[in-house]
Each structure stands twice: as C-alpha cells, then as structure tokens.
Design a protein around this ligand. Structure first.
Ligand code: PGA
Length: 263
C-alpha cells in the first residue's frame, strides 16, 4: 500500500486530480478502449472534482472516452432528488465535462428489483473490462462505499442497511434531520472495489484519523472495511496531515520518506 501524505485538503485534491488525469492520458483511451473510472460522492471528493473540471477547461484532459461507475446510491431517492447521488454527480461533475451520458453508470435507487439491479451492475463492470482506477473516500467508521463495519470483505454490489453513525454523518445533507436520511443504499462491495486495477482512497480531516489508523496499521478486519485495501496490489491512500493524527510517528516518517520523490 502507498500512503501519500499532503499538508492539507487542497494539496490532497490537486494530487488526486493530477493522478487521474495522468492515468487517463497515459492510457490514451479510444471509443473501443475506454478508460474506466470508479467514482465517489460526499464532501471529500469535491476538491478533486473542482480540480478535474479546471483541468478539463484547460484542455489537459478529455472525458470523451471515459466510462464511469459510481460507488453507491440511496434507496428510494429519484435522480431528480437533490440528495440523490445521481443529482450530486450531475451537478458537481458530469454537467461540466464532456462525458457521454451513455458512459455514465449509477445504481438506480428507485429500482423495484434490487437483486437484478446489483447483478447487472457487476455484469456491466465486467463487460467493459473492469475498472482501471477506483476512487473513494472513507467514513469515520472506516467504511468504503457503503460497506459498513462487519460487511463481508468479499462482498459484491448489494443493498446495505446504513449504520446510525453513517446516517448521523450524512444528515448534514438532509437539513440535519436524521429522519429524512434513507436507511438503506445500493453499494458496490468490498470485492468490487478490490477488483479494480488500482484503488485510491482519499481521507482528509481529523475525524478520519481513527479509521486511517485501523486501515493502515491495524490488521485486516471486517470491522474496518478500509483495511481490506491492504490486500490490493495497487492501493493508494491520499491523506492530509490532520487525518494522520493517530498514526505512529514512525509510520508517518516512513511514508513521507519513501514517497518524497514519487508522483
Ligand atoms: P465524506 O464521506 O466524504 O462526506 O466524509 C465519505 C464516506 O462516507 O465515504
């Protein structure tokens, strides 16, 4: 696992955006050989999306031949609902770039057949040849996508019940009213994420420090699904200084030293 430690949120966002652009451009995607990107929602990736839009406007990258798969969607929210992840993605990213609508994949939280929807999502990922780069954030409880504590580390796309801690954390997007937050979501599984050729997890702010400690220094354990990243051959955690607060000084020094001349 690589751990990139940057001073603050802005430098983290810039690093990740630059890396995404580097990967897309190096791949030289075409219509028949698109670059496949896994994408998150939430507060953490906002800076990355802003930076990607800026780089797109500066013609440093094109999303014409990029295919995307989002991590998750709330059950029961329509794409036009302002709190749905579909709406978030349109407003935050997709409407500002040249991605083709048919290349965007998001789970349908309004489906009547969850099992079929989730199975088809896995099938669609497979059919396009797998995800090249999956980007995600983490919850304070260590979840990646909506794989809450005690999710199977070999889980696939499915319906998950959200924990009280996640519902509380996400109520900030629902007028701080816990009763408005959906209690279930469709989410890719831990194994779906680990199948990607490369995975970047972004963690910023002190409230992610405990999760980061378990993910980097702890053992692989379903209590902290982020820890499954230790099994990935190309897993990268990009974090700011406050998020490293609970790591040992030796761990921080090790990664600062080993990464000092890298991208
Ligand atoms: P956040 O959420 O980026 O809004 O902190 C991350 C997550 O819950 O995965």
């Amino acid at each position: 696992m690589r751990v990139i430690i940057k001073p603050d949120y802005d430098t983290v966002s810039k690093w990740v955006a630059n890396y995404v652009v580097y990967r897309i451009n190096k791949f030289k995607p075409t219509k028949d050989k698109p670059f496949v990107l896994g994408l998150p929602t939430g507060s953490t990736p906002l800076g990355m999306y802003k930076e990607l839009i800026k780089m797109y406007n500066e013609r440093k990258v094109s999303f014409e031949n990029v295919v995307t798969f989002n991590m998750d969607e709330y059950v029961g929210l329509k794409p036009t609902d302002k709190q749905s992840y579909r709406y978030f993605m349109e407003e935050t990213f997709f409407k500002h770039i040249n991605i083709k609508p048919q290349n965007i994949h998001m789970l349908d939280g309004m489906t009547k057949d969850y099992e079929k929807e989730c199975k088809n999502y896995e099938k669609d990922i497979k059919e396009v040849g797998g995800i090249h780069l999956f980007i995600g954030g983490i919850g304070a409880d260590g979840h990646i996508a909506f794989n809450e504590p005690f999710s199977s580390l070999s889980s696939r796309t499915r319906v998950k019940t959200l924990t009280e801690s996640t519902i509380k954390a996400n109520s900030r997007f629902f007028d701080n009213d816990i009763s408005k937050v959906p209690t279930t979501a469709l989410t890719v599984g831990v194994a779906t994420i680990l199948d990607a050729k490369e995975v970047i997890i972004i963690a910023t702010g002190e409230n992610k420090a405990t999760a980061l400690k378990h993910g980097i220094e702890g053992s692989i354990n379903h209590m902290w699904t982020i820890s499954a990243l230790q099994m990935h051959q190309h897993g990268i955690i990009v974090c700011d200084k406050p998020a490293t607060k609970e790591l040992s000084a030796d761990t921080v020094e090790y990664f600062l030293d080993i990464e000092k001349n890298n991208f």
